[in-house]
Design a protein around this ligand. Sequence first.
Ligand code: ADP
Length: 626
Amino acid sequence: MSKKTHIFKAEIQQVLDLVIHSLYSKKEIFLRELISNASDAIDRAQYLGLTDKSVVADAPVWKIDLIVDKDDKTLAIADNGIGMSEEELDKNLGVIANSGTKAFAQALREKQQTNVPELIGQFGVGFYAAFMVAETVTVITLKRGEGQKAVKWSSAGDGSYTLEEAARDKPGTTIVLKLREGMDDFLNEWRLHELVKKYSDFIAYPIRFSDTGEAPKEDAQPLNTMKALWKRPKSEQTEEETNKFYTHLTHDYNPPLKTIPMSVEGAVEFKALLFLPKQAGFDLMMPNKKHGLHLYVRNVFIGADFDLLLPEYLRFVKGVVDSSDLPLNVSREMLQDDAVIRKIKSNITGKVLGTLAEMMADAPETYTDFFTAFGRVLKEGLHNDYENGDKLKALMMFRSATRDGNALISLADYVKAMPETQQEIYYLIAEDLETARHAPHIEALTQRGYDVLLFTDPIDQWVVDTLREFDGKKLVAVDKGALEVGTDEEKAAAKKKIEAAAGDFKELTALIQEHLKDDVKEVRFSPRLTGSACCLVADEHALNPSMERLMRAMNQEVPKQLRTLELNPDHAVIARMKSMLETDKNDTRLADYADLLFGQALLAEGASPKNPQRFTQLVAELMAQV
Ligand code: ADP
């Protein structure tokens, strides 16, 4: 093979420029990224070696070497892992495969370049971090297995790279960094030692140093302690170490919100170290987001993102699981129906839900932070995890009509705060919080001191079907069916009042009904209004209006469901319309007023009046009359 020059894909050049030029601090993270890649490469070699002995024919002792040449000002990171073929080298280091560079560049701009190290990891562009400190990067690699040839990749990060044949007798990868001016720091043993301690102490393979330009001696003291944190008793897992491990695992530079160590013995045995992050990653709500835990079997790394170990609605949980109950030569497919995996999964699910319940009770503010970040994902569980339904219900939090701003309340707290006369849990599904807070439907309830839960997450539409009841109290939608509130006497009194109004205003309701016959199913008097003149109410089992709009927006067929227009018998507008009717049955303004009432009711729930131009015109005319 002769030397060939390749042009980076346009986007890669962009990323390189961003990485090289926008990062002013934390250049040091390049070392963490390269050591992490070396460790992954060894993990993969070890795993393949379990089934394909030719991969480990040379009986390797796994290692990662840091080799400094002070005269040449080079730092090399060498591993004896899986290595890369020419094709893989070209593909892995010439193209950014997964999330795409556009998203990377955008995220970089949004984060105002402060969190570049975090983004580098998240977007799988760790290798390019090398260009922050190196003017040229050379990769010499030989893939493990029979019949492979060594290849050399080289680039100055300036738009192109070369690929050519190379000489290398042992499989693995060496990455040589020709350091930029001012980067001599990274030639010092103490500095490299410090960085390994800081970022890579728990890497499971020895990281050794030499500044002779040659590989370090086998008996040189490793810079890392190689301690598998999750294997140690809880008392020996310091917060500092677990936090570092968390960063290594997730590329999240904030410490985790909560660390959950697990050591399970009995029917199934495993150890785990789980983390709840503080913040949701940019991709949490993306479909097909990778999730799951890292799985080890007896110290051997089997795979990242093992989704079989976690239900999807816990996809924010990060961590590792190490089990000795599984066979070593496992594959995802084999584990699909594995009883041990199922037991581990249900154990982990129980532990996470239990930890959340404890947090909710003991550290409510922390729990609120958690729920604000991940509540939307957790809610999916209500729909999918029937078995843990009660536990999940207890973990839910919602906004409510009587609580300010974004304050959240649990169902248990809602029930605790219910006045004695209140029998049921009231909720309203609305487009957004502002609309919900001002919805006419909740007036009468809040005035009596009854709180109303406000559901404004798109997922709440689905969630509510599963909630149904809590602590023996039914969940009742305030904008559906005939609402009856209070004690039996109060209910009877309200009913009487409505019946009386229905008699008094019979002609008026008939007129409005006739005028709006294509738009509403019925016109009647309401028990739920105090300040507003009217509102729209659906049948008990009807679709929610916002759900209906959502389905229409998705071009789905929605049967036309006419709702009921409810009027407030105490409102001055109704009395006025009645007297207009009595004065002149044919007063054309009555029809206009009926349209205005209907338009108002729509506006109050965040929708538009049927004919907005006519609506505004009518309002303007009315204003001019006053
Ligand atoms: P990521 O590691 O997040 O996928 P990188 O840019 O760091 O992104 O690396 C790209 C790919 O190059 C890796 O996924 C891996 O396949 C390959 N690679 C990088 N370093 C090594 C190495 N030391 N040995 C073998 N393959 C490597």
